[in-house]
Design a protein around this ligand. Structure first.
Ligand SMILES: *[C@@H]1O[C@H](CO)[C@@H](O)[C@H](O)[C@H]1NC(C)=O
Ligand SMILES: *[C@@H]1O[C@H](CO)[C@@H](O)[C@H](O)[C@H]1NC(C)=O
Ligand SMILES: *[C@@H]1O[C@H](CO)[C@@H](O)[C@H](O)[C@H]1NC(C)=O
Length: 230
């Protein structure tokens, strides 16, 4: 065996300088072949990369579609629930049996918010804290729509989330936005030291922050639980 190996090795060595003696036509054929093979394998690598990119894009598209779909279903469920709750309220059936519950018990669902009406005589600051302890804020009654909604649901004076630093400063909602000009027809300006606002019968009035009134809180409605609706 060793002899044979040796023989082969020896036999190969003298052939080393041989390439020059190889037929030039055959050599260029090999070159063409290896070039073709190289091009083919580069092509395959490119194809694999492209496939990879396509599948990632496809997955992203699928993901986006899935999110879009669940958003659509969520919206559908929301509209459905708003409709049901509105119908029930119109028929004065407050505690009817339905599975629309984007708000906690005793909170009312309107628009995208849940409203909590509380009968505690608190100062404005205390009311603000009372709401924030419930992950809510004093209600922002910044549209005719919401003023009307609340007017139909309470006859009491209730604190809202509107205040000013002092008589020289602007009226601001708790979220930092300024009382808009088109709300002024529902707002009666007040005197010195009347820096906190309450709601009564569809309008907002300023008064002393240390006064004690009932309150209403607001927080964003949760997701409608679609599974429970079906
Ligand atoms: C969601 O789907 C709707 C209709 O199928 C389409 O008009 C809308 O552009 C899509 N939105 C997104 C973010 O893909
Ligand atoms: C809040 O105060 C008003 C006026 O002082 C009073 O009539 C009402 O009973 C009080 N409500 C509560 C829950 O203490
Ligand atoms: C307020 O939010 C926190 C954190 O999300 C939660 O742990 C807590 O139970 C919430 N409180 C109420 C009254 O919903």
């Amino acid at each position: 065996m060793q002899d044979e190996d040796g023989y082969i090795t020896l036999n190969i060595k003298p052939q080393k300088p041989a390439p020059s003696s190889v037929d030039p036509a055959s050599s260029s054929w090999w070159r063409v072949m290896s070039l073709i093979l190289l091009i083919l394998s580069l092509g395959m690598v490119a194809a694999l990369v492209a496939l990879g990119i396509m599948s990632v894009t496809q997955q992203n598209n699928l993901q986006a579609e899935k999110e879009n779909l669940s958003g659509t279903v969520q919206n559908l469920a929301k509209n459905f629930c708003q409709h049901i709750i509105q119908q029930l309220e119109e028929n004065q059936k407050r505690s009817a049996d339905h599975k629309c519950s984007p708000c906690d018990t005793n909170w009312r669902y309107h628009g995208d918010s849940c409203y909590g009406f509380f009968r505690h005589n608190l100062t404005w600051e205390e009311s603000k804290r009372y709401c924030s302890n419930r992950n809510a804020t004093l209600t922002k009654t910044a549209s005719k729509n919401i003023l009307d909604y609340i007017k139909d649901r309470t006859v009491f004076i209730r604190w809202v989330g509107l205040s000013r630093q002092n008589a020289d400063k602007v009226w601001m909602w708790d979220d930092g936005s300024v009382l808009s000009k088109n709300m002024l027809e529902f707002f009666e300006d007040g005197g010195e030291n009347m820096d906190c606002a309450y709601f009564h019968k569809g309008k907002i009035y300023p008064t002393f922050c240390k006064n004690r009134h009932y309150l209403m809180c607001e927080r964003k409605a949760g997701m409608t639980n679609v599974d429970q609706l079906l």
